[in-house]
Design a protein around this ligand. Structure first.
Ligand code: NAG
Ligand code: NAG
Ligand code: NAG
Ligand code: NAG
Length: 320
């Protein structure tokens, strides 16, 4: 009897032993050894543990003390097919460099003082800076770039919802720094211009054309609807609001410059043109005298009339 009991105990112990070795599994997801996490992003680490005894422990060792930005989710173990399953989570609400480091999910069998199984992930902080998002009429492009300093890492790809982004109509990946530019296609649009602009002879004048659209349209300037303006010593083009050639600069204007200036923005992507025009009025530099001169003229005219009437009346008197 005694012998039988002993045998049973040894048998039970043997099963216990094989359970603790073979039936423990511990896995962190994402299943990367090293994970780059953008600053400010939310990140979740999940540890899936399967083990034989209800009272075994699954414990996270964090690289940073738990604070308001780290949430731990530790549910009760569930019994599934005779084994216990526990899925614990570490959630970073807002990741930052302070939380970088090694995170370990450990398994400690009941009664043991140290872990028998450990799964480790290293979090590396990446500061992903996002440029200002400009929501203008008809144009919207956002650029994202990552700056990271890691000896053993190089740029591989941009992912959106776990799908690789390719260079093309919607995205651009810049050479060198691998910045991602998100492009939103929009047809060309020239915003309204003033009706007219007054300039004085010899002045230099800038005419700005507010052009929207993506890809950025090509801009041409036309004079009186018939002549396409080309750069010369009097005519030049500059960038305006990020659009090449959207500012027309006329130097030393003469009366020949008087007329309609049209800004035409063409998008090859859309095969569309948008245009607006403005009237340029050139005045000589004495133009401010004109109202004055014309009133002087009126007075002289009246005086002349009076003199003529006086002389006429005098003549009539003499004849009578
Ligand atoms: C959470 O992170 C933000 C910035 O990343 C920090 O300003 C804040 O103090 C953190 N909150 C806690 C409770 O640690
Ligand atoms: C992302 O995609 C890869 C391969 O396409 C896959 O192995 C991985 O499980 C996916 N991750 C998520 C979180 O969907
Ligand atoms: C990345 O490179 C492009 C030119 O290739 C430059 O225009 C852009 O400013 C750069 N971005 C950063 C964040 O350095
Ligand atoms: C652009 O549109 C014009 C008509 O507006 C058409 O004649 C021309 O063939 C088009 N060009 C292209 C490249 O589609």
């Amino acid at each position: 009897m005694m012998f039988h009991a002993l045998l049973c105990a040894v048998f039970a112990a043997a099963i216990e032993l094989s359970n603790s070795n073979a039936e423990v599994s511990l896995m962190i997801e994402p299943a990367d050894r090293k994970l780059l996490v953008s600053e400010g992003e939310q990140q979740k680490l999940v540890c899936k543990a399967i083990f034989p005894n209800k009272n075994d422990q699954v414990i996270w060792q964090l690289a940073h003390n738990q604070d308001g930005n780290i949430t731990l989710k530790i549910p009760e173990a569930e019994l599934v097919d005779g084994r216990y399953k526990k899925t614990t989570e570490v959630i970073f609400l807002k990741f930052s460099a302070a939380y970088a480091g090694k995170y370990r999910c450990t398994y400690i069998p009941f009664g043991a003082s140290s872990p028998t199984h450990t799964s480790t992930i290293e979090l590396v902080s990446v500061s992903a800076q996002r440029s200002d998002i400009a929501y203008n009429v008809g144009i919207e492009s956002v650029s994202l770039y990552c700056i990271f300093s890691l000896e053993d890492a190089k740029f591989s790809q941009w992912l959106k919802n776990n799908e690789t982004l390719e260079k093309g109509d919607k995205y651009d990946i810049l050479e060198g720094n691998h910045s991602l530019v998100i492009k939103k296609l929009a047809g060309p649009l020239v915003l309204d211009m003033d009706d007219s602009i007054d300039v004085v002879e010899d002045d230099t004048v800038n005419i700005d054309c507010d052009v929207k659209g993506w890809p950025i349209p090509e801009v041409e300037w036309w004079f009186n609807d018939e002549e396409k303006l080309e750069a010369s010593s009097f005519v030049s083009f500059e960038e305006y609001e990020g659009v090449k050639g959207a500012r027309l600069v006329l130097t030393g204007v003469t009366f020949d410059y008087d007329g309609m200036y049209e800004c035409r923005a063409y998008s090859a992507q859309f095969n569309e043109t948008s245009k607006k025009s403005i009237k340029l009025r050139v005045k000589d530099d004495l133009f401010w005298l004109w109202p004055f001169l014309s009133s002087v003229g009126t007075i002289l005219g009246v005086l002349l009339a009076i003199v003529l009437i006086y002389l006429y009346l005098k003549k009539i008197k003499r004849e009578m």
